[in-house]
Design a protein around this ligand. Sequence first.
Ligand code: GTP
Length: 158
Amino acid sequence: MRIFNDYYNNQVKLSFSDHPFDQDPKHVWVICRYRSKWLLTKHLERGLEFPGGKVERNESANEAAIREVSEETGGEIESIYYIGQYFVTGRYDQLAKNIYFANIKTIKKHSTYMETAGPVLLDELPDNIRTNELFSFIMKDDVLTYSLQFIKANSLIA
Ligand code: GTP
């Protein structure tokens, strides 16, 4: 398990084992690839980030992951893999979030993208994400770094 602080100095615990913190987490985050590019969304307040959000009532975390990718980017899933989970301890609350990696087969145009401006494709993730104001705080800690390492080490990229 890795333990570090996030952009807001909250403690994050991260593990790539099977649901180490919560069997039934209420949050999901999906690292997406589409045709050799990274597929992100532009959150209207937070900026560029991989899609994700809250699990709804009567929905599994996996179902939420697929729905959030569609709602925030228009992306339709080719394959999706659970890769790990993290646990954030904030000042007032705490949350567990599943991390997925998804290969996207098509991007459908939607009329709205929930609280985002829709899909953004990047050839590369820049080296300066942590200081780049275009990017969301959820991209600015070691969750992204270690998740990308895991995805590469396990040859998940199609
Ligand atoms: P809503 O308006 O209901 O979406 O509330 P919210 O966005 O404040 O709630 P949420 O439960 O998503 O997040 C609560 C707090 O947890 C946020 O303010 C962050 O501090 C933290 N948090 C949520 N998601 C992440 C994440 O992916 N990474 C990190 N480091 N912190 C997160």
